[in-house]
Design a protein. Sequence first.
Length: 133
Amino acid sequence: MRRWCAPLLDLPPATSALDDYVARRREIGTSDVTRRLLNSAGMSDLLVDTGFQADRLLDLPALADAAGARVREVTRLETLADGVARAGVAAADFADVFRASVRSHADRSVGWKTIAAYRHGLDSRPFARPTPR
């Protein structure tokens, strides 16, 4: 990290003292360090999953500005479902309201993400029609 990132912070390559690197980052400040590091990556497009701790991340317009790149959202289905549930939707109406929420995000989302495989493994059948238990 010090070999490639240090010069972006106006330090010599392979700065030997980690303390110097950390001190320089603090001196420059989070916004400028973020801008320097992201711009140096030369990215043209970023696809961002906004479904986990989004309140702790740069919002999409700020990220686009910092990176000098186009930023597009990848929507996490569980986050949409959680929003529907927290809105107090009756269980009988949940599926319809969730579908409407997915449709409303379709215009701005470039993809969908789910954590189903993390919870149920890769053997899950995501396109199979659900059955009542």
